[in-house]
Design a protein around this ligand. Sequence first.
Ligand code: UD1
Ligand code: CA
Length: 479
Amino acid sequence: MVNAAVILAGGQGKRMKSDKPKVLCSVLGEPMLEWVITACENAEIANVCVVKGYRGEMLDEYISARSSRSEIVTVLQAEQLGTGHAVMQAEDFLKQYMDGNILVLNGDAPFIDAETINSALAQHIENDSAVTVVTARIENPTGYGRVIRTDTGIAGIVEHKDCEPYQLAITEVNSGCYWFKTAELLEVLGEIGNDNAQGEYYLTDCIELLIAKGRTADAYMSHNPNVVLGANDRRALLELNNAARAEIIGKHLDNGIEFCCTDGVSVGNNVTIGQGTIIHSGVILRGNTEIGENCVIGCNCIIENTKVGSNVNLNNVQAYESVIEDDVKIGPFVQLRPNSHIKRGVKIGDFVEIKNSTIGEYTAVAHLTYIGDSDVGANVNFGCGVVTVNYNGDKKFRTVIEDNAFIGCNTNLVAPVRVGKGAYTAAGSTITKDIPDNALAIERGKAQIKEGYAERKLKHHTEKYEKLKKEHESEESGN
Ligand code: UD1
Ligand code: CA
């Protein structure tokens, strides 16, 4: 049987006060929609339809930029008239799966997971239900739809704003994730009305409509209360971030990762960390980042889509889309911009920026240096203040530095240029020509000494100083 999913993502989320669709608001650096799509992919749902609405083009852009395991299409809900109305827009998509079950998900509830989706489906099939709602009990059910239980299943879901006072006390709430028999959903979808507190077409009304036709409605209650959590405003979004942070850090603690202090620490969902690694405060690890074993990730590092080897020591480093091999030490205050490859044993010191470059094994870049668009060999030494001059205002060029070269302090390497094996540059040189292997290049002004030149200037200068000093002294004695 083929299963498919519809993700509801049309809402603006007015209370977010954002100019993008609510589902693109991020939890741990990933849009909420990303979490929901990933849950579908992990549950091996091959076909997904995303209902877009407010600024729908942004969702199309987002989806086409990601490499998806599932086949994802979008349909437009031109006016956002409620979750039931949103599903109606996906009617043509649903009709392709008449014989199967369809999963419907809220795009603003990121913690739904594949295990919950599959367990709910198993119960849905076993009980031969027309609809199975994923629910959980939570401490503060404010704002959520309350689940009305019966002896055999459920009687319906009542939105918070439509609840009778006694119903407000119910703590089992709707997650916004449902399995439907597709054909039966389509049968009742058109019958949903909007006679309720919000004047919206509620998808949840399908439950009563199905029951009225003699069908079975059931709920799958998750033991993880997080699966129901959604975000309608910034406060809820912050709570989701905190919940996700705590949960993910908890998993890493169980895997033998040491967190000295979790203040400001945020680890993305797809990040892996090897045993024995220590994470200090203020560290943000995002995207597809991999950290090896026995590393020290010091304060305030931001590492995004970067592979870090083992025994690496980073301190106040920002690294994006890069590779850092084993036994490397970097920091403090270093930025690795995209496509930097730092090979084994390299040492990079303070105030260094590297971009789109390879740094060979055991090379040292100790201070105040910019290396852009460069191929640097092994065991090269950079003096303080070296700059690869890679951009002429129009085009970018590469610098090649061969193994064992020694780049003197304050050298400018004007690309395209090549420094040969074991070659030296004299401090303060602006190198514009290729340097052969083992040569020394000096490209700087010749020293000129003009004897006595400063004497006249110095006299004027010291006179001014003596005068000022006297004035202050007489002022002080006068007081
Ligand atoms: C919904 C449920 C509620 C549940 C809660 C869980 C209904 C009627 N209520 O309430 O029972 O407890 O989710 O988080 O379904 N959307 C559209 N088009 C629309 C309206 C909404 O695509 O016209 C999308 C939104 O972008 C969002 C999702 O549907 O991703 C849920 O909509 P939202 O308005 O946030 O529903 P809730 O009031 O949170
Ligand atoms: Ca919501």
